[in-house]
Design a protein around this ligand. Structure first.
Ligand SMILES: Cc1ncc(COP(=O)(O)O)c(C=O)c1O
Length: 382
């Protein structure tokens, strides 16, 4: 059987990982500044993470959501404490798209409305409603386009209000720092006004923290930079350090009823063990602090490099903006094949994305910029 050919892939086969590095079959070491797309939060194959998962699978890997599972409450408690969102309720699922799909459905149940507002260049996943609120027609099939969604420019508060005045909007979904789109953020004024308008028009505010959450920006959640209280927060990527797990944090004002949401695999024992291990390591190794410190260091160094036009993002969710003289896709390939460094791209083709594990050190940052300079000079000459 052939694999369904939907991914553009590099000629590179990592088979092993350790903290900030992955290794191919020849033992060649690659510095991972991509974290498998912002997924690796505590570093590859962290010993505590391995132990937690191993001992859980020896005991019980899975049972359905029809039985008592104290490990889910253990995860919810640890997440509530570390994120300062103790009051929220947690629904567990398996991916970012699924988290957003459930969030949109929940908002529609709660408000009994069906329209959604989303923003230009946003990305929320590929399931039916999640892709319908994603600003990319190329990845929407006709079936997805049946959802009712208005896409508005990020920051256009008057447009948002005009739409909300129609009284049909169940939810506004937003990435407080856009990931795939290219690290754009709006202003404190816009975010504050958005939260107020949502309350005023009985519309739920969904913070998509699938990429920006779990300490990636230096705060546990990106919205915490703005003092906002979202109605719903969605999480995934960094949550399981690679183990598939996602979640929806739900404000206490939103009440559950039996059968409102559900999943077979969501919140299984193994995924919860992985999720708890991640939070334990984040706390013990003070990874939020590290994301802040190293993120600031990356910005300082990058701002001194003349060929980097702009540095976008927060913490370890960084976009380096290049000028038209260089093709970022070629630069990434050069970094990977010649210098053994993994980096990321964005919808904006002039951006190189840096999304490393939160364990990164200054020494590794210095190594990257040294190699980036060499790769840049070579690519300019071609
Ligand atoms: C902000 C955001 N939301 C949702 C998703 C979808 O997550 P998943 O690929 O786990 O479905 C992504 C994935 O890149 C994302 O960046």
């Amino acid at each position: 059987m052939k694999l369904f050919d939907v991914y553009s892939i590099y000629d590179f086969t990592p088979i092993r990982g350790k903290d900030m590095y992955v290794y191919d079959a020849d033992g060649i070491e690659y510095l991972d500044l991509y974290g498998g797309h912002a997924v690796i939060s505590i570093g590859h194959s962290h010993p505590h993470y391995i132990n937690r998962i191993q001992s859980q699978v020896q005991q019980l890997g899975f049972y359905s959501n029809a039985v008592q599972k104290p490990i889910q409450q253990e995860l919810a408690n640890a997440l509530g404490t570390l994120s300062s969102c103790e009051d929220y309720q947690l629904f567990l699922c398996n991916s970012g798209a699924e988290a957003n799909e459930n969030a949109l459905k929940l908002a529609s149940f709660h408000t009994q409305k069906s329209h959604v507002i989303a923003f230009e260049n946003g990305f929320h996943g590929r399931t039916s409603a999640a892709v319908a609120v994603t600003d990319n027609l190329e990845i929407q099939a006709p079936i997805n386009q049946q959802h009712q969604c208005t896409i508005i420019a990020l920051g256009a508060i008057d447009e948002v209000e005009k739409e909300l005045q129609k009284g049909i909007t169940s939810a506004v979904i937003i990435e407080f720092i856009q990931g795939v789109g290219g690290l754009d953020e709006s202003t404190l004024e816009f975010y504050k006004a958005l939260a107020i308008l949502c309350k005023q028009y009985n519309t739920l505010l969904i913070a998509d923290e699938v990429q920006s959450g779990y300490g990636r920006t230096g705060e546990f959640f990106a919205f915490q930079y703005y003092g906002i209280i979202p109605d719903i927060i969605t999480i995934a990527k960094g949550m399981g350090n690679g183990f598939p797990i996602g979640g929806v944090l739900i404000h206490p004002d939103i009440k559950a009823f039996k059968g409102m949401l559900g999943t077979t695999f969501g919140g299984n024992h193994l995924a919860c063990a992985a999720g708890i291990a991640v939070l334990e390591v984040m706390k013990k190794e003070k990874l939020l602090l590290n994301a802040n410190e190293i993120g600031a260091y990356i910005k300082t160094v990058a701002n001194e490099i003349s060929f980097i036009k702009e540095v976008k993002g927060k913490g370890l969710m960084i976009g380096l903006v290049f000028g038209k003289e260089i093709k970022v896709s070629s630069l990434r390939a050069e970094l990977l094949y010649e210098h053994k460094i993994c980096t990321g791209n964005a919808k904006n083709p002039s951006i190189l994305r840096i999304l490393p594990p939160l364990t990164i050190t200054k020494k590794q940052v210095d190594y990257f910029f040294k190699k980036l300079e060499v790769a840049y000079v070579k690519q300019r000459e071609l």
